[in-house]
Design a protein around this ligand. Structure first.
Ligand code: BG6
Length: 286
C-alpha cells in the first residue's frame, strides 16, 4: 500500500496489481479508480483538469447546493449550480492510515465570490479509503461558527459501464421520483429497474441505502450509502451531451451512468457546534 502526494493530486495504490485511486486537490475530485488495472469511473476526454472548471467525470462533490438556484432559498441561491466544493482547491490534510487520505476545506480557502455568496463558518473533511475491490468515501461537515447553515451534499459518481443501454439500476423500483427532464413528479416507477434509452435525470427522495448497477443480472457495481437519503440517476443522452462543451467523445454517454447519493431533495440544517457525516462504499464486481 502506497500513498503518493503529487503537486495537484494524491494517489493511493494497493501495490502490484494496479489497484489505485487518484484524487485531485481541485474539488477533492476522485479522478480515477482502477481495480486490477480496470478503470471504474468515466471521465470526459474534454474535461478540464487544470482547475479552470469542475471535472466532467470521476466523483465531483456537490456542496452546499444541488442544481441551479431555485429562487426560493436565498441562503444558497447566489451560488453556482452544484455549489462550490467541486470548483475550489482543497487542502491535503494527509494520510490517516496506509490506505486512507483526507482533504479539508474551510472558508479561508474560498475565492471571495464564493465566500460572499455563502458567508458561513464551516469545515469539510473528505476521507477516501481504497480497499481491494471497493472505495469508501465520506464527508464530515462541521459548523464551528455561531450561525446555523443549510446544505445539500451529493457524491456525483460517474460510473464507467460497457454500454448504458444494457445496464439496469436496481433498488429504486416502485418509488416516487422527480423527473427533471419533464419537470414533473412521478408517483411510482412501474418498471423493475431504471433503464436507459433516452435522457434520464431523476431525483429519488428517501431512496434505499443499497443500489446495484447490473448487466445481464450480474452486478457491475454495488453502492451502499450512509446518512444519504436521496439518489440522483443521470444520463444526458445525445442532445445534452452535444450541448456540453466539456463532454467528449459526444457518444461517451453510452459508456457511463451517474448514480449519485446525497441529500438534495431538502436541505440539511447544521446548528453551531454540530457536525454531520455521510458517505458511500462503492464495490466493483469484476
Ligand atoms: C446531475 C443533475 O446531478 O448533474 C443534472 O441531476 C445535471 O440535472 C448534471 O445536468 C450535471 O450537472 P453539471 O453542473 O455538472 O453540468
Amino acid at each position: 500500500m502506497t500513498v503518493t502526494a503529487f503537486d495537484d493530486s494524491v494517489e493511493i495504490s494497493l501495490g502490484s496489481n494496479d489497484t489505485k485511486v487518484k484524487i485531485l486537490n481541485f474539488g477533492a475530485t476522485v479522478l480515477s479508480w482502477k481495480v486490477a488495472g480496470k478503470e471504474q469511473l468515466w471521465v470526459s476526454e474534454a474535461s478540464k483538469l487544470d482547475g479552470s472548471r469542475a471535472v466532467r467525470g470521476g466523483i465531483p462533490l456537490v456542496f452546499p447546493r444541488f442544481g441551479p438556484a431555485s429562487g426560493n432559498h436565498p441562503a444558497t441561491d447566489k451560488l453556482p449550480q452544484h455549489g462550490f466544493a467541486r470548483s475550489v482547491h482543497w487542502e491535503v490534510l494527509g494520510q490517516v492510515d496506509e490506505n486512507t487520505v483526507q482533504f479539508g476545506l474551510g472558508p479561508e480557502q474560498l475565492p471571495a465570490e464564493f465566500a460572499k455568496a455563502w458567508p458561513y463558518d464551516f469545515t469539510l473533511i473528505y476521507t477516501v479509503q481504497l480497499l481491494e475491490k471497493s472505495l469508501k468515501i465520506s464527508l464530515d461537515v462541521k459548523n464551528p461558527g455561531t450561525q446555523a447553515f443549510d446544505f445539500n451534499v451529493l457524491f456525483h459518481t460517474y460510473f464507467s459501464v460497457p454500454e448504458v443501454e444494457k445496464i439496469k439500476v436496481q433498488g429504486l423500483s416502485k418509488l416516487a421520483y422527480f423527473d427533471k427532464v419533464a419537470s414533473a413528479q412521478v408517483a411510482s416507477d412501474s418498471s423493475d429497474a431504471v433503464t436507459f434509452n433516452q435522457e434520464v435525470d431523476r431525483v429519488y427522495k428517501k431512496s434505499p441505502a443499497h443500489i446495484e448497477i447490473t448487466q445481464d443480472g450480474e452486478p457491475l457495481y454495488t453502492v451502499d450509502a450512509s446518512n444519504l437519503k436521496d439518489t440522483v440517476v443521470w444520463n444526458p443522452w445525445t442532445q445534452k451531451a452535444e450541448e456540453m462543451s466539456d463532454w467528449a467523445p459526444k457518444s461517451g454517454f453510452h459508456q457511463m451512468v451517474c448514480v449519485e447519493n446525497g441529500v438534495v431533495a431538502d436541505f440539511n440544517t447544521l446548528q453551531p457546534d454540530s457536525s454531520w457525516v455521510g458517505g458511500i462504499v462503492i464495490k466493483a464486481n469484476m
